[in-house]
Design a protein around this ligand. Structure first.
Ligand code: PMP
Length: 401
C-alpha cells in the first residue's frame, strides 16, 4: 500500500495534452496544430543557423566554465534583453531605472514578476484578457494574486471587443495590475491598433493601473522586432512604470532552453535597485539561479552586429512563412466554397488562428481527419505547410457543412 494511494490522476494540460493525444494516433495523415512551436515547410522543428553558430562558438571557447550564474542571471543577457524590448535608445535604460533578471523563459518571468507583486505591490488584483493563454490564470493565481478578466475578443466580429475592454478597465479598482499581450495575442491573434493602444495607455495611466506585458512573440508577429515591441515602448515612453516578461522561445527557437527575462521599469534608479534586491529574494528559494546555456546563446547573438543581422533575417523568414500559410489556408477555403467569412485567418496576427470552430467541430476533425488543435478552435499556423493545407481545408470544410 502506497502512502500516495489517495492521489487522483490529474487531467492532461489542455495545450500540451493535445500533443500527448497526437503522439498516440497511428494515422500517417495526422497533423498537430496544437502546440505553438515553429515547424519548417517539411514539418520539422527548426534550429536557427545563427543559434547553431553561437553554440559552436561557445563550445570552442575553452575559457568558458560551468560555474553558477548570479541569482539574477547573466549580466550581458539582461542588458541586451532590456535593450531589445525597450529599444536601444530607451531613456529608461539610460537613466538606469530598469531592472532585468534572467528567468526560465516567458512562464518563469511571469511567475517571478507575479511573486514579486504579491509580496510588494499594494493591489493584488490582476486583470487578464478573456480569453488568454491558459497558463496565465494558474501562474498568477498560484502566486497569490486575485485573477479577474477583462473583455477582449468578440466572437461575432472575430475581432477586438474594444468598447468592452475599455469599460472593464474603467471599472477596475485603481492600481489594479493589467496583463497585456505585447503583440500576437494568444489564442486569438487579435491585437489592438496603435490608436487603440494609445487609448488603453491613457485610460490605464489615468487610473494608475499597472501594466504587466507578456512578450512571447517579439519579431515573430510582423517579422520586425521594433514594430512588435511598440505597445511596450508606448507605455515606457510616458515615464510610467511597468513590468515586461520576455521569452526567447519562439523568436530564437530556444523553446527547451528556457530562456527569458523579467524587466521592471521603475520611476528612479534608486527604486529599481531596491526592486532588484527583492527580486533576488523571490528567485533564490525557487531555483537559486537560472541556467547558463540558453542565455549565453542569446547574448552571443545580440551583442554581435553580424549575428544579430543574421538572426533578424531568419526571424523574418519564420514570420513570413506563417503569414503565407494564412493566405494559403484562406485561399484553399475560398476555393472549396466553404461557407462563412474566413477573412479573420488573414487578418489575425502571429502564430495562431482562432478559427471560430466549436469544440464539437474540433472533435470531429480529430476523429475523422486526425487533425489536432486545442478545443477552443485555435490552430498553430506554424505547424502547417503547403503540403498539409489541403488536408486541413478539407477537414474544416467537412466540419462546417
Ligand atoms: N505567454 C504567452 C502568451 C505564450 O503564448 C507563451 C508560450 N506559449 C508563453 C507566455 C510562455 O512560453 P515560454 O515559457 O515557453 O517562454
Amino acid at each position: 500500500i502506497s502512502v500516495f494511494d489517495h492521489v487522483v490522476r490529474a487531467p492532461e494540460d489542455p495545450i500540451l495534452g493535445v500533443t500527448v493525444a497526437y503522439n498516440k494516433d497511428p494515422s500517417p495523415a495526422k497533423l498537430n496544430l496544437g502546440v505553438g512551436a515553429y515547424r519548417t515547410e517539411e514539418g520539422k522543428p527548426l534550429v536557427l543557423n545563427v543559434v547553431r553558430r553561437a553554440e559552436q562558438m561557445l563550445v570552442n571557447d575553452s575559457s568558458r566554465v560551468k560555474e553558477y550564474l548570479p541569482i539574477v542571471g547573466l549580466a550581458d543577457f539582461n542588458k541586451l534583453s532590456a535593450k531589445l524590448i525597450l529599444g536601444a535608445d530607451s531613456p529608461a535604460i539610460q537613466e538606469n531605472r530598469v531592472t532585468t533578471v534572467q528567468c526560465l523563459s516567458g512562464t518563469g518571468s511571469l511567475r517571478v514578476g507575479a511573486e514579486f507583486l504579491a509580496r510588494h505591490y499594494h493591489q493584488h488584483t490582476i486583470y487578464i484578457p478573456l480569453p488568454t493563454w491558459g497558463n496565465h490564470t494558474k501562474v498568477f493565481g498560484l502566486a497569490g494574486l486575485s485573477v479577474k478578466t477583462y473583455r477582449y475578443y468578440d466572437p461575432a466580429t472575430r475581432g477586438l471587443n474594444f468598447e468592452g475592454l475599455l469599460e472593464d478597465l474603467r471599472s477596475a479598482p485603481s492600481g489594479a495590475i493589467v496583463l497585456l499581450h505585447a503583440c500576437a495575442h494568444n489564442p486569438t491573434g487579435v491585437d489592438p491598433t496603435t490608436h487603440q493602444w494609445e487609448q488603453i495607455r491613457q485610460l490605464m495611466r489615468s487610473k494608475a493601473l499597472l501594466p504587466f506585458f507578456d512578450s512571447a512573440y517579439q519579431g515573430f508577429a510582423s517579422g520586425n522586432l521594433d514594430a512588435d515591441a511598440e505597445s511596450v515602448r508606448m507605455f515606457v515612453r510616458d515615464g510610467g512604470e511597468c513590468l515586461v516578461a520576455q521569452s526567447f522561445a519562439k523568436n530564437m527557437g530556444l523553446y527547451g532552453e528556457r530562456v527569458g527575462a523579467l524587466s521592471i521599469v521603475c520611476r528612479t534608479a534608486d527604486v529599481a535597485g531596491r526592486v532588484e534586491s527583492q527580486l533576488k529574494l523571490v528567485i533564490r528559494p525557487m531555483y537559486s539561479n537560472p541556467p547558463i546555456h540558453g542565455a549565453s546563446i542569446v547574448s552571443t547573438i545580440l551583442k554581435d552586429r553580424t549575428m544579430f543581422q543574421e538572426w533578424t533575417i531568419e526571424l523574418k523568414a519564420m514570420a513570413d512563412r506563417i503569414i503565407s500559410m494564412r493566405q494559403q489556408l484562406f485561399d484553399a477555403l475560398r476555393g472549396r466554397g466553404t461557407p462563412g467569412d474566413w477573412s479573420h485567418i488573414i487578418k489575425q496576427i502571429g502564430m495562431f488562428t482562432f478559427t471560430g470552430l466549436n469544440s464539437e467541430q474540433v472533435a470531429f476533425m480529430r476523429n475523422e481527419y486526425h487533425i489536432y488543435m486545442t478545443s477552443d478552435g485555435r490552430i498553430s499556423m506554424a505547424g502547417l505547410s503547403s503540403r498539409t493545407v489541403p488536408h486541413l481545408a478539407d477537414a474544416i470544410h467537412a466540419a462546417v457543412t
